[in-house]
Design a protein around this ligand. Structure first.
Ligand SMILES: C[S@@+](CC[C@H](N)C(=O)[O-])C[C@H]1O[C@@H](n2cnc3c(N)ncnc32)[C@H](O)[C@@H]1O
Length: 269
C-alpha cells in the first residue's frame, strides 16, 4: 500500500461567526452557546464517559465544528483530526451524467464555512489539536497511530464505510469509538424495521437514481454489521448503546454507538 505524506492544515484566525457554519451546537468560552445543525451533547455520557482519555492520543475522523475534539482535549487527550483538505473531494454520489458544478461549489463553500467554525472554536478553546488533510480511507497510509480512534457520523458519507473502519482500526491500539445513524432513522413508519434491524447485519442504501440532490449520503448501517466487523478486526470487547441526538431544524436522529476494545496482547497480523 502506498504511503501518503502527512499534510497539516494551517490554523485559521476566524474573527466572526458570520464566516462560519456550525455543524455542532457548541459552547464556546467567552462567547456562549451556538446552535448548530446537530446537537451531540446527549451522546457524551455514552461515547466518552466509559473511556479514559487522560494522556491518550486520539485520531478523530471528520471533526466538523470540533465539538468532540475540544471535549476530548478537556478530558486530557491529544487529538489529531483528519478532515478533507482543500484539493480533496467529498465521497460524492456521482450519477452517470456527472455532478452539477453548482451543487459541488455550494457544497465546498459550506464545508469551508464548517472548517471556519472549527478554527473559531479552536482559538477560543486554546486547543492544541492538529488537523491533517486527508480522507477517512487514508489513516493507515498516513502512518498515524493512537490509542483511541473516533469515527462518528461520517460512515454515512462514505461509499466504502468498512474500508474506513479497517483503516482506522489498523492505526489504533486500544479503543475504537464508533457512532452513526440507524437504518430508517427518524421515520415513524420505519420504527418496526429499525427495531428488527437491531438484530440483523443489514444496511439501508440511501442514494436514488432520481434524486440528484443527495450527493453526500450513502449508507445507514445497522449496528450489528459494525459490531461484527470490529470483532473481525480484533476489537473483540464491544459495548453497544442506542440513543437519540438532536437536529436543530429537524427530527432527532436515531443512533447507535459502539465502544470496542482490543484486548492487550491480542495477536494481529
Ligand atoms: C456529519 S459530520 C460529523 C461530525 C462529527 N464527527 C460528529 O459526529 O458530530 C461529517 C464530518 O466528516 C467529514 N468528512 C466527510 N467525508 C469525509 C471523508 N471522505 N474523509 C474524511 N472526512 C470526511 C466532514 O467534512 C465532517 O467534518
Amino acid at each position: 500500500m502506498d504511503s501518503v505524506s502527512v499534510n497539516y492544515a494551517p490554523p485559521r484566525h476566524v474573527g466572526t461567526v458570520d464566516d462560519c457554519m456550525f455543524y455542532h451546537s457548541i459552547e464556546i468560552p467567552n462567547y456562549g452557546l451556538i446552535d448548530g445543525l446537530s446537537d451531540m451533547r446527549p451522546s457524551l455520557p455514552i461515547l466518552f464517559d466509559p473511556v479514559n482519555f487522560k494522556g491518550k492520543n486520539v485520531i478523530e475522523i471528520g471533526p466538523a465544528s470540533g465539538f468532540f475534539t475540544f471535549e476530548m482535549e478537556r478530558r486530557g487527550a491529544n487529538v489529531t483530526s483528519i478532515e478533507l483538505g482543500p484539493d480533496m473531494d467529498w465521497d460524492y454520489v456521482r450519477h452517470h451524467d456527472g455532478l452539477s458544478e453548482d451543487v459541488k461549489k455550494q457544497w465546498q463553500a459550506d464545508l469551508e464555512r464548517v472548517k471556519n467554525s472549527y478554527w473559531f472554536g479552536h482559538e477560543r478553546c486554546s486547543s492544541k489539536a492538529k488537523v491533517v488533510n486527508g480522507t477517512a480511507y487514508d489513516v493507515k497510509r498516513l502512518g498515524l497511530s493512537a490509542e483511541i480512534g473516533l469515527l462518528s457520523n461520517t460512515l454515512v458519507h462514505l461509499h466504502d464505510p468498512l474500508g474506513a473502519i479497517a483503516s482506522l482500526a489498523a492505526s489504533v491500539t486500544e479503543t475504537l469509538i464508533l457512532c452513526d445513524a440507524e437504518p430508517y432513522t427518524g421515520s415513524r413508519a420505519g420504527t418496526f424495521f429499525r427495531h428488527l434491524f437491531r438484530k440483523k447485519c443489514v444496511a439501508e442504501f440511501i442514494p436514488r437514481h432520481d434524486n440528484k440532490k443527495n450527493i453526500h449520503t450513502w449508507w445507514h448501517l445497522s449496528a450489528p454489521i459494525v459490531e461484527e466487523y470490529v470483532k473481525i478486526l480484533g476489537f473483540t470487547e464491544t459495548t453497544l448503546v442506542y440513543f437519540r441526538s438532536g437536529l436543530t431544524k429537524g427530527a432527532a436522529v436515531d443512533q447507535w454507538a459502539i465502544i470496542a476494545k482490543k484486548p492487550a496482547g491480542l495477536r494481529t497480523v
